[in-house]
Design a protein around this ligand. Structure first.
Ligand code: ADP
Length: 817
């Protein structure tokens, strides 16, 4: 009981002698006690309610929930039909409802957000920092005329303050007029305080959560950027870099499509380098865009600034002329971030989104970071590509020169020119062509296939058939080959097609061959020597799908230059061979034809000489003439015999008549016969004491000794010593003929035994000869299983050495043990 109640109670009791007065006093006392109890209960309820509110608010972190819990507890306790909590916006100019109960949607809509300056109980409470408690509808209407007729017949509005700072207000509406006693006020003030603190806690909590999210987002972003860096590490070419960036940007920012568009060096063309989610027709449109078109991506390049259009409205507001291009069903937002390298825009990262963009600073930062990484990676890729290109060119140049060196080597390899050309034709496949054909132009203008090669050997017969079937019609203006032959200029057809072939020929089989060979790209290069076209080299690509360009043509021309020389050499070689053939057969025929009359002439000359020698009268006058005739006829005979020998050797009819013989006897005889013929020379003949047996053809071996000895004399025009010697060492017998004559030039030594060869110094000193003797000598010695060699120093004499296998002397009959 309160002190007041107690004093009333005592006063009532002291009035006890007056009966009715005492009843009244008792009733008053009772009522007072009742009221006191009610107040006590109310106070208890409020205290309990405050406790509940405190407990409830402690567990809540969302402002809306805190507001709702606070308002509904207050409303229940104070009998309000509705209530709400509004908070000041960050700019402090408006109030925004964060939670409410009981208001009609219309009321809520009207007060969802309203200016702080507008007259309202909450607004006043917030502005003044003091409660606004209005107990009757009249008082409400008087202070807030706009609220006249509202269902609220009493209102309470309290500021929500944190220390000095007011952050919002709590409002309660009552459908009955009511008074607010001191306890109501105290209660409301306490609740408002608690609510303010709970809301502040929630705000701080939200800030903490937001900070954590931001940190997480930052971590995710740096992880993504790291992943991008890793992916870019793999990307070598500009196209690969662009693709990585476009893909990452689309994924990181949730775009529907993305493209990295690069500006060409000269800035007049766009290159759609990396594309994600673009339909092909859109790609075609992009490619045909001029860089000055007014679209966000190209504006971003021009302005060197990002363009973010987070909604369809924003897009249309900035680019009304693109309304038809932007289907709102697909494009709701657009971002274009320029890629800057050395403060120059080299391209743009263009993104389109299917839904409006939250447009967070993080997203912008991420997009910028991606564009920056892209710029660096593209710079790097460009360097890489340039280096790669340079290396590829160097390698290609190296390959080409190796190829040309190989071509030159092939062509200088042997005397068989046809074989060389076949090898050259093969060499260009597959390095320079899928198939190749080499044609020669004969002096009569005939166009003859020389060699063919195809990567697929099964198709070579078609190439050969082409050689047999195709005749160049020089009058045909569409014939590529005729054009090349006429102009002497090469022709490159980068894209071959069937209609070109049909224009050249209507021959069905030729067209069939064309289809079977199906050239994709081809070149025809004339082969010319000293301005005369000697052939053509036809190179084509087929299944490899390669297309010829200027580089290929240059290389082909180099190959053709070498082929032309080889082709011309082949012609000269063949002509020389033919000339030699003619010469050989002429000598052979002539020798045969001359032999018969010469034999008769020689016979008669000898007869004449013998008669002259016998007949004194005649002898004096004619003997010398007769001897001269016989000697010259003898020389002529020897020459013709040598020519006949050559003809026999050529025909393989040179045969030996072998028998054992002592070479000492044979050699001495020849030396004795020849020695008297020369007075200028000192001829010696040294032989061992023991027989030197060989199995040989005596006449032919005599011929060998005669030849070598006569040469020794003939090529020592100034005279001197000529030494003939024989040596035997068991297995072999050696004949040496040494002179002190003109010797043999070193360069001539290797060709000395070829037929018709004569050394330069022999010709220069006008020493007669046909260049046949040593050829026959070698043939005879070789047929005996021996060998002939020469050692000589020009001007100091020569030594010819003939080695023959020795015939072991027949063993004496075994005497027995
Ligand atoms: P030729 O009828 O020319 O003498 P050979 O076949 O006998 O034909 O000789 C071929 C060439 O070898 C000669 O033309 C000459 O140049 C050279 N020759 C041969 N023997 C000698 C020699 N003893 N000294 C110098 N040169 C020689």
């Amino acid at each position: 009981m309160s002190r007041d109640a107690f004093s009333n109670f005592s006063t009532a009791l002291s009035a006890g002698d007056d009966e009715p007065g005492r009843d009244a006093a008792l009733r008053r006392l009772y009522e007072e006690a009742q009221q006191a109890r009610m107040r006590a209960e109310q106070a208890h309820d409020r205290a309990a309610s405050l406790q509940r509110i405190t407990a409830a608010l402690t567990g809540l972190v969302r402002p809306g929930e805190i507001a709702a819990a606070t308002v509904s507890s207050c409303a229940a306790l104070l009998g309000a039909y509705a209530g709400g909590i509004s908070l000041l916006t960050p700019d402090g100019a408006h109030l925004e409802i964060v939670g409410s109960v009981g208001y009609s949607p219309a009321t809520l809509a009207a007060f969802q957000r309203f200016p702080l300056a507008a007259p309202s109980p909450i607004g006043d409470a917030v502005r003044d920092g003091r409660p606004v408690l209005i107990e009757t509808p009249d008082a409400i209407a008087e202070r807030y005329p706009a609220m006249r007729g509202s269902p609220s017949l009493a209102v309470a509005a309290l500021p929500l303050s944190l220390g000095e700072r007011v952050v919002g207000g709590l409002g309660l509406s009552f459908d009955q007029p009511r008074s607010f006693d001191a306890e109501d006020r105290a209660f409301l003030t306490t609740v408002a305080q608690q609510c303010a603190q709970a809301l502040e806690r929630a705000r701080l909590y939200e800030l903490a959560v937001e900070a954590r999210h931001a940190a997480e987002r930052a971590a995710a972003r740096s992880a993504r950027l790291q992943a991008v860096t890793a992916a870019l590490g793999e990307a070598m070419t500009v196209a690969q870099v662009a693709q990585v960036i476009a893909a990452e940007a689309v994924q990181a920012l949730g775009a529907a499509t993305g493209a990295l568009v690069l500006l060409h060096e000269h800035g007049t063309e766009l290159d759609l380098a990396g594309v994600v989610g673009f339909p092909p027709e859109a790609m075609v449109r992009w490619r045909s865009l001029s860089p000055d078109t007014a679209i966000p991506a190209l504006d971003a390049i021009r302005r060197q600034m990002s363009i973010w259009l987070p909604t369809h409205e924003a897009m249309l507001a900035a680019y009304p002329h693109l309304r038809a291009d932007w289907d709102p069903a697909h494009v709701q937002a657009i971002a274009a971030i320029p890629v800057l390298a050395h403060s120059r825009a080299i391209g743009v990262l263009a993104l389109a989104f299917a839904s409006p963009l939250a447009d967070s600073p993080e997203d912008r930062a991420l997009a910028l970071a991606l564009a920056q990484q892209c710029a660096q990676a593209i710079e790097r890729a460009k360097l890489y590509e340039a280096e790669h290109r340079a290396r590829a060119i160097a390698e290609e140049t190296q390959r080409q020169s190796a190829f040309l060196a190989e071509a030159s080597r092939l062509l200088a390899d042997s005397l068989d020119y046809d074989e060389r050309l076949a090898r050259l034709t093969r060499l260009v496949v597959p390095f320079l062509a899928d198939y190749s054909l080499l044609y020669a132009v004969a002096p009569d203008g005939a166009y003859v296939q020389v060699a063919v090669a195809h990567v697929d050997p099964a198709k070579e017969p078609f190439l050969r058939e082409l050689g047999e079937t195709y005749r160049v019609d020089m009058a045909n203006p569409t014939s590529v080959i005729a054009r090349v032959l006429r102009s002497g200029e090469p022709i490159l057809v980068a894209e071959a097609n069937f209609s070109q072939a049909r224009a050249i020929t209507a021959e069905p089989r030729l067209l069939e061959l064309y289809v079977l060979l199906s050239p994709a790209s081809y070149m025809v290069i004339p082969l010319s020597v000293a301005g005369v076209i000697v052939g053509t080299l036809f190179l084509a690509t087929a299944d490899s799908g390669r297309r010829y360009g200027a580089g290929h043509l240059a290389l082909a021309i180099e190959v053709a230059r070498r082929a032309a020389i080889a082709l011309d050499n082949a012609r000269l070689f063949r002509e020389a061979q033919a000339a030699i053939q003619v010469r050989d057969s002429f000598f052979s025929v002539a020798a045969h034809e001359l032999k018969t009359p010469l034999t008769a002439l020689l016979g008669q000359a000898q007869l004449l000489r013998r008669r002259a020698a016998r007949d004194d009268e005649l002898g004096g006058r004619y003997l010398r003439s007769a001897e001269l005739i016989a000697a010259q006829a003898g020389r002529l005979n020897a020459m013709i015999n040598e020519l006949l020998d050559v003809a026999r050797i050529e025909r393989g009819q040179f045969a030996l008549d072998l028998a054992p013989l002592d070479l000492r006897i044979l050699v001495c005889q020849v030396v004795e016969e020849i020695a008297p013929l020369s007075e200028q020379h000192t001829i010696t003949c040294a032989t061992p004491d023991t027989p030197l047996l060989v199995r040989g053809d005596a006449a032919r071996l005599e011929q060998v000794v005669q030849n070598l000895l006569q040469n020794a004399l003939k090529y020592s025009p100034a005279g001197g010593a000529v030494a003939v010697s024989l040596q035997g060492d068991g297995d072999a017998v050696r004949l040496l003929v040494r002179d002190e004559g003109i010797g043999i030039p070193a360069a001539a030594l290797s060709q000395l035994f070829q037929r018709f060869f004569r050394a330069r110094n022999a010709e220069a000193q006008r020493i007669d000869g046909m260049g046949v003797g040593l050829y026959v000598v070698r043939e005879i010695v070789t047929l005996h299983g021996g060998a002939v060699a020469v050692e000589s120093v020009e001007g100091a004499g020569s030594t010819f050495v003939v080695t023959l296998p020795a015939l072991a002397p027949a063993r004496a009959p075994d005497a027995g043990p």
